[in-house]
Write a protein of this length. Structure first.
Lengths: 203, 184
């Protein structure tokens, strides 16, 4: 399969950020956020908007899920260290957003990422179409409890020379912990907020 | 030294020009985002105090990290200083253009040549290219290359990004004749 140019990965870019200080103070729980991005040929650039995309999805998406989870786990200290995840696709200008969606929004990518990362949450996402060098903010949330507010965070991904018009950049993001100084409460500490009683809460 | 963030980037090129690159060609970058040591001091005539307090520590921090990220012996290398908008380019140059900084990388990589460099001032998210050349012979043309870097929220106006880059090989599909074969 990998000898088929249509399913080849041109480039893999790993990017990580380790925050040592935020607003003058070290995080109580240090974390590393990272993205792994794979640049692939868009197998559907000459197609029609009515085409069935499933054949290529089955061939390509599992390869990307395996490769991107491997890169992140290897760099972040193993699957156990990964607490939050997210995914993204940037489609080159000859393609449809639907092509990126096909590679990240089916079980052939998402279920496998969940399985490899030992997570249970729906995977949050971003997708866009753009030129080479386009940056995209990838949302991340907790891999087992998506509503864990401390873990709502993002990381920006960018590949300098991709996507070319006929390419797609498929991205997986992960974090080993929460935001640097999470302090906005959670569902257990929130007051009940409704429009008609809001006045009682606002001084 | 106050480091806000450490960024690691690796790029693996698996195909170039439509042909497989085997093994994949890897270039790695590690960058430290630090507070500009001369922030708020006006024009500082003698930068040596700030250089002495930071340059060696930065080299010692970044050199092993970039070689670890590369995961292979370095064959080409380079460095960068990207100064936030309130600083002088001279501040960044001071931190990277000293043996106290570069020798950590040179020693760790068994290298002998000068480290090619980019020095630039810009806003957070500025794009910069780090030039790389061969670690023992800067005339080896196959290893002339560069890597593009962007950190979306750095440098702040009072920060400096200091980075090292390493490549495990020359350019993917490099096929230019050696410098020594050219006639004048």
């Amino acid at each position: 399969m990998m000898n088929d140019q249509r399913f080849g990965i041109r480039k893999i870019v790993y990017y990580s950020e380790e925050i040592l200080v935020e607003n003058g103070l070290a995080p109580a729980v240090p974390a590393v956020r990272a993205t792994a991005a794979a640049v692939v040929t868009n197998p559907w650039v000459d197609g029609q908007p009515t085409d069935d995309l499933s054949e290529e999805v089955v061939q390509l998406a599992p390869v990307l899920a395996r490769k991107l989870t491997d890169v992140l786990a290897e760099n972040l200290g193993g699957v156990e260290a990964i607490q939050a995840f997210g995914k993204a696709a940037i489609v080159g200008t000859d393609g449809e957003i639907e092509h990126g969606a096909a590679l990240i929004h089916t079980p052939f990518f998402g279920n496998l990422v969940r399985e490899y990362f030992e997570g249970e949450s729906i995977i949050c996402f971003a997708d866009d179409r753009g030129d080479a060098g386009a940056s995209l903010v990838v949302p991340l949330w907790h891999k087992n409890a998506a509503a864990t507010r401390t873990h709502y965070q993002t990381i920006t991904t960018r590949v300098s020379d991709a996507p070319r018009p006929g390419e797609i950049v498929v991205v997986l993001g992960a974090s080993t912990g929460p935001r640097p100084h999470p302090r906005i409460g959670d569902r257990l500490t929130d007051p009940i907020v409704k429009a008609d009683t809001l006045g009682e809460l606002v001084s | 030294m106050s480091i806000r963030k450490i960024v690691t980037v690796t790029e693996d090129v698996l195909t170039e020009g439509g042909r497989e690159v085997s093994p994949a060609a890897r270039v790695a970058v590690v960058a430290a985002i630090i507070k500009n040591p001369w922030t708020g001091q006006g024009f500082v005539e003698n930068l040596s105090e700030g250089i002495d307090a930071n340059a060696s520590d930065l080299g010692a921090l970044l050199a092993p990290r970039v070689l670890e990220a590369l995961g292979a012996p370095a064959e080409a290398y380079g460095k960068a200083a990207i100064v936030g908008l309130n600083g002088e380019i001279e501040h960044g140059s001071g931190l990277i253009h000293t043996l106290a900084f570069g020798n950590h990388f040179r020693d760790a990589a068994n290298a002998t040549t000068l480290l090619p460099a980019v020095e630039k001032r810009g806003p957070a998210g500025v794009i910069f290219d780090i030039p790389l050349k061969h670690i023992t012979d800067a005339t080896i043309r196959s290893h002339h290359q560069s890597i593009e870097v962007r950190i979306n929220d750095a440098p702040h106006a009072d920060e400096i990004v200091i980075a090292l880059a390493a490549a495990a090989q020359g350019r993917p599909q490099q096929r230019l004749a050696a410098f020594s074969t050219e006639k004048n």
